[in-house]
Design a protein. Structure first.
Length: 99
């Protein structure tokens, strides 16, 4: 099983993380802790995280961008770079992640 490493250095992600309410920050950190314990195939299949391809977006390098759920209210976006999960942004409404 390939261990998932987290890259939380993207400026937009950090700004949004620090502006979340405490309850939402906890939900995100709990989800990220869970992700670190999963392998990639497990992440793709996890029903709670709901890892979904965003077909309308890619990175500048052409990598697929995905959304994941970390609370009832919020979704995040990320892409895979080898063993790293690069976190991009957080969205208070689920539809915002797809626009």
């Amino acid at each position: 099983m390939t261990k998932i490493l987290l890259d939380m250095n993207y400026p937009a992600f950090q700004e949004q993380l620090f502006s979340l309410e405490k309850q939402e920050q906890r939900a995100l950190l709990t989800t990220l802790k869970k992700i670190k314990q999963l392998g990639w195939e497990e992440l793709y299949k996890d029903k709670g995280i709901r890892w979904e391809l965003i077909t309308s977006k890619t990175t500048l390098k052409g990598s697929n961008i995905y959304s994941f759920r970390f609370s009832q209210k919020y979704r995040g976006t990320a892409y895979r770079d080898d063993n790293y999960l690069v976190l991009l942004a957080l969205f208070p409404d689920h539809d915002g992640a797809y626009i």
